[in-house]
Design a protein around this ligand. Structure first.
Ligand SMILES: *[C@@H]1O[C@H](CO)[C@@H](O)[C@H](O)[C@H]1NC(C)=O
Ligand SMILES: *[C@@H]1O[C@H](CO)[C@@H](O)[C@H](O)[C@H]1NC(C)=O
Ligand SMILES: *[C@@H]1O[C@H](CO)[C@@H](O)[C@H](O)[C@H]1NC(C)=O
Length: 510
């Protein structure tokens, strides 16, 4: 970034130009000097403009001047600035050979499964599948049976009209199946997970027997990689442009972001996945009482769709498979250099154990903010008991934050990280949970104390985990067969290179 104070250098020169009797040769010299200087300024200015054409930065990074924080640490910029993005920007336009799907008399009905973010990525994939299969998409049904138990329908969570309109050049979308087709037999399909274009082209044979195909599950049905560029970009148009939240959610989300900014300027959004379902599902009991561990074990035992029942909590934690505890997050952010006054918005449902566990974070960072303290009860009234809608509010606040820190890598963390990359590589600090456990354990045994050394270790460990541009990584080496799909970085966690491009004149990342 070019420093914003650069223009002031011109004023240094003005003092030398006081009125005096000047000889013609001196006038010639000054004229040439001014001419040369103007050329210099012109090129400087042009360079400055080209820098400003980069994708929009997070709103707040522009405000650093008006927001004066006393005793700035030396690395203040490091704490808050967007990683250098090399002039990369979003690119979602189709190629010239791309055509809208014409299948007006074949319908795809979809039952989305999972929480908000799993449904959102799944629906974006179904848009692509409808295009590949040349079908009309019926507005998907949302999951009402998952852990979240939310009765919201599509138009409660998403802006349905906008969704239909904005994908007009891609596929036809209708709110409901035409009445005359409601009774006809449907092909009910569990599409194979992580399938490519060939698979769905092959599935079009179903159209010779059926006019309606019902997709029973929408999550992870489409491969992350090796799909045509136009399909990948369609996924991005669906995910980032078409699937806008419904107006009440968008409006309140924006109001809450404004309110957070008016509090103290910059803020961290912390996805503190320290919730009952997550701890029970992962079997992570570190730092919990015996009674708490037992409660989580029983919940796991009784939840049918969680397949793994016997979990060794210690092994989970050492492997880096546990969400950071509130205390660990506190130590982590402190070690990174964030001052105690930093406003931290907590995106989460109900924190397990409530204040008992949370106080270990708030003792270090007292400016902890929940949506309940940011919004009035009146504002939140319509969202209560709708987990998907409250999750959508959190999503907006996380995407707009200056720094996003997920304490665990779930669907929400991945979706937010990918969206922030798409919007201009906004800073996302991904804790190296496995590495950190080693450090936390040394703290516990007294081998290490909080201070400079620990801080250096943590900072070194996270130097390259701040959301800077890089291409999506493929499967882990040595893993064969379908298992490799699981180890790939999900498409929506990092839509680079397909939906993020460098302009020709600028440095290309390879
Ligand atoms: C798509 O479906 C329409 C009929 O709904 C048909 O006319 C068209 O040929 C199909 N296109 C492809 C590529 O199969
Ligand atoms: C799910 O919602 C129904 C109806 O709103 C309620 O009766 C039930 O107790 C809820 N289940 C859970 C696990 O919250
Ligand atoms: C869990 O794993 C740890 C480390 O591998 C081991 O020391 C411990 O005995 C295990 N606990 C149980 C209950 O199996």
């Amino acid at each position: 970034m070019v420093s914003r104070g650069s223009y002031s250098s011109s004023s240094l020169l003005t003092g030398r130009f006081h009125a005096r009797k000047l000889s013609p040769s001196i006038i010639t010299f000054y004229t040439m000097f001014i001419f040369a200087f103007s050329i210099f300024m012109f090129f400087f200015y042009v360079r400055h403009i080209s820098v400003d054409e980069d994708p929009p930065l997070p709103l707040l990074s522009q405000q650093s001047k008006s927001h004066q924080v006393p005793e700035l640490p030396v690395h203040y910029k490091q704490l808050w600035d967007t990683p250098f993005n090399h002039g990369l920007h979003q690119c979602v336009k189709p190629t010239t050979k791309y055509k809208a799907a014409q299948g007006f008399d074949r319908y795809l009905t979809v039952r989305s499964n999972g929480g908000l973010n799993q449904m959102r990525t799944g629906i974006s994939d179904m848009v692509a599948v409808a295009h590949i299969m040349n079908a009309t998409l019926v507005i998907p049904q949302l999951d009402k049976r998952s852990f979240w138990n939310d009765s919201s329908v599509f138009s409660d969570v998403f802006d349905e009209l906008h969704f239909i309109e904005s994908l007009k050049g891609d596929i036809r979308i209708v709110s409901e199946l035409p009445k005359n087709l409601e009774g006809v037999p449907r092909a009910r399909k569990h599409f194979t997970s992580w399938s490519g274009v060939g698979y769905y082209e092959e599935m079009t044979r179903l159209w010779s027997d059926y006019q309606v195909i019902h997709v029973a599950k929408s999550d992870s049905r489409l491969a992350n990689n090796d799909l045509p560029l136009d399909i990948q970009r369609l996924r991005c148009r669906a995910m980032y442009h078409a699937l806008r939240f419904s107006p009440p959610i968008e409006n309140l989300g924006k109001r809450l972001v404004d309110r957070l900014r008016s509090h103290g300027g910059r803020y961290i959004a912390l996805h503190l996945r320290y919730e009952k379902d997550m701890l029970s599902f992962t079997g992570c009991a570190y730092g919990l009482t015996d009674a708490e561990s037992e409660e989580l074990r029983i919940l796991r035992e009784n939840t049918n769709y969680w397949k793994v029942k016997k979990i060794n909590s210690t092994e989970q934690r050492i492997g880096g498979f546990c969400p950071l505890t509130p205390k660990e997050v506190g130590i982590f952010l402190h070690a990174l250099g964030y001052p105690p006054s930093t406003p931290i918005y907590i995106a989460a449902g109900v924190i397990y154990g409530g204040n008992t566990h949370l106080s270990e974070l708030s003792s270090r960072f007292p400016s902890i903010i929940f949506k309940e303290s940011l919004a009035t009860p009146e504002e939140l009234k319509d969202f209560a008991n709708h987990a998907s809608q409250t999750a959508a509010l959190d999503y907006i606040i996380c995407v707009e934050s200056d720094v996003f820190v997920p304490s665990y890598s779930g669907n929400m963390a991945r979706a937010v990280e990918g969206h922030r990359r798409f919007l201009g590589h906004r800073k996302t600090i991904n804790p190296d949970r496995k590495g950190l456990v080693g450090i936390f354990d040394m703290l516990e045994t007294g081998e290490l104390v909080e201070g400079r050394e620990l801080s250096n270790m943590v900072q070194r460990m996270h130097k390259n985990r701040q959301g800077a541009p890089r291409k999506r990584h493929g499967s882990l080496p040595g893993i064969k067969g379908r298992a490799r799909f699981r180890t790939e970085e999900p498409f929506y966690e990092n839509p680079y290179p397909e939906c993020i491009c460098g302009s020709k004149s600028k440095l290309e990342i390879t």
